[in-house]
Design a protein around this ligand. Structure first.
Ligand code: XUL
Length: 515
């Protein structure tokens, strides 16, 4: 059996799979806010950060790891686990001193991870992906490295506020002494993996590409970007390595405390999006994944590494080899919920009196569906922009507003994913709103591709478990065929007669965006 862990923004979850039976045999999840209230982080981060800072307490992740494994071991024999892989929220970073590795080697199973590992932290808190505090550092890095086009050519993304390089630079500028004292910088994923392995493990190409530091051509840290970020940085980063690398055996701490076999192997960790690519069965080009969450994300395996000329999208390593695209849309359910609240509707009314009551193309009523700042496209919207009938532009006609926000979101996604250069053959839709049939059909029609939905909510955790099995010799395609199945009856075909309507709507959307 194989264990996948996912340390996400709000929780740490664990999934055990049995490749022989094709079953998920056990799942547990520790919600940070609910299970660890002492950290005062109801949504997994410390509220009230200034100047766009969003940090989390790494000690909370350590406590959650102990707690999740304790729950997992309750009534379940963990000696059956052959290998473990982890997934983590991307970009977040953990800063540790020279004693970190020795501390891991000396872990005493009678004590907690937190009390033994936390003294190695040189930065008390970890900046996470929601952080937007590094605008100045992004500009400095881009200037020093020869411009954003060059940063994007090397690393797959322009300098991005939440990416790790700019976050490291901010730390170096704010507290050079603590930066100096830092001996190793881990991503959330490689931090968890290192604790499990009892030593520093490498950073994989999937998560490593979210740092603005990895050269996607050489797959090594890039000296130009390192120098542009902070002094002596190469010496503080674990090496970059392929995602299928086996890091070593599990630390005796976990064997003694939770009953893992000392032969259990630790596979390199990766980021939650690369891990979801695996868990959604989308590691071969042609299948696109759209995840509808607080922010919406769009990702897909890539035939070859191309970058977004507009600088909105990202290129990460595909854990199964090659590359993947990732595009993040900030106004996801943020926008859907804002509209729902303005109109005083419930979700079912979105379908019933919204989509069902209006025609595809919305009689020409179009919306740029941004209720606040957006990152794709990067612009400071304060309210949605509407174009259409007088009544619609004034905010009237609720059904047309509902259709406009949804059509606007998926037209925006279609427009800003064109740089990938591939047409979707299949879309796998996940996340809360994906269960809504009206929304799923709309996605099929706008992209003119079939849509499938998954019963599994935690694609990243499943992806981690599949990666662990794959690294130990199981065939990934066969694993995905048995574990990554769409929910029965969830497949929707596109209505081909609407192709022209949505080509026209896309042209209209593009014109409105550049108006
Ligand atoms: C991707 C991103 C988020 C995080 C958290 O670039 O910032 O999707 O990985 O899930």
């Amino acid at each position: 059996m194989f264990l996948g862990l996912d340390s996400s923004t709000q929780s740490l979850s664990a999934i055990v799979i049995d490749p022989a039976s094709g079953q998920i045999v056990r799942e547990v999840s520790v919600n940070f806010g609910a299970a660890l209230p002492a950290y005062n982080s109801p949504s997994g981060f410390i509220p009230g950060g200034k100047d766009g800072e969003v940090h989390a307490d790494p000690r909370m992740w350590l406590d959650a790891l102990d707690l999740a494994l304790k729950q997992l071991a309750d009534g379940f024999d963990l000696s059956k686990i052959e290998a473990i892989a982890s997934s983590g929220q991307q970009h977040g970073s953990v800063y540790l001193d020279a004693r970190f590795e020795q501390r891991l080697a000396d872990l005493d199973s009678a004590k907690s991870l937190k009390e033994q590992v936390a003294p190695a932290l040189t930065r008390a808190t970890a900046p996470i992906w929601m952080d937007t505090s590094t605008g100045a550092e992004c500009a400095e890095i881009a200037a020093a490295a020869g411009g954003n086009a060059e940063v994007c050519r090397i690393s797959g993304s322009i300098a991005i506020e939440r990416f790790t390089g700019p976050q490291i630079r901010r730390f170096y500028k704010q507290d050079p002494t603590a930066y100096e004292r830092t001996s190793v910088i881990h991503l959330v994923s490689s931090f968890i993996g290192s604790v499990l392995a009892g030593k520093n493990i490498e950073i994989d190409h999937g998560d490593g590409a979210g740092m603005n530091l990895l050269n996607l051509h050489s797959l090594d840290w890039d000296d130009t970007l390192l120098d542009a970020t902070a002094p002596g940085l190469r010496g503080k980063l674990p090496p970059a390595a392929t995602s299928t690398t086996i890091a070593g055996f599990i630390s005796p701490y976990f064997a003694q405390k939770y009953g893992f076999s000392s032969d259990c192997q630790i596979v390199l960790s990766t980021g939650d999006n690369p891990s979801s690519l695996v868990g959604m069965g989308a590691t071969t080009p042609g299948t696109m994944v759209i995840s509808l969450g607080t922010s919406d994300t769009f990702f897909a395996a890539m035939e070859k590494s191309v970058t977004d000329p507009q600088g909105f999208g990202h290129v990460f390593g595909n854990p199964a080899g090659g590359f993947m695209s990732l595009i993040c849309f900030r106004n996801g359910s943020l926008a859907r919920e804002a509209l729902r609240d303005v109109l005083g509707l419930d979700w079912s009314a979105f379908d019933r009196s919204g989509l069902a009551a209006t025609p595809a193309g919305n009689d020409g009523n179009l919306m740029l569906p941004f209720f606040g700042p957006e990152i794709t496209p990067r612009r400071d919207f304060s309210a949605p922009i509407r174009k259409g009938s007088t009544e619609f532009e004034a905010g009237g006609n609720p059904p047309a507003q509902v259709r406009a926000v949804l059509e606007g979101q998926f037209l925006n996604m279609r427009l800003h994913s064109q740089w990938i250069g591939e047409k979707a053959k299949l879309i796998r839709l996940t996340g809360g709103a994906s269960q809504n049939d009206g929304i799923a059909q709309l996605v099929a029609n706008i992209f003119q591709a079939p849509v499938e939905r998954f019963a599994i909510a935690n694609g990243a955790g499943l992806g981690a478990a599949l990666r662990a099995a794959h690294a130990l010799g199981h065939d990934l395609t066969a694993l995905q065929a048995s574990f990554c199945k769409p929910a029965a009856g969830s497949r929707l075909e596109p209505d081909a007669s609407l192709a022209g309507t949505y080509d026209q709507a896309l042209a209209g959307y593009k014109a409105l965006l550049s108006a």
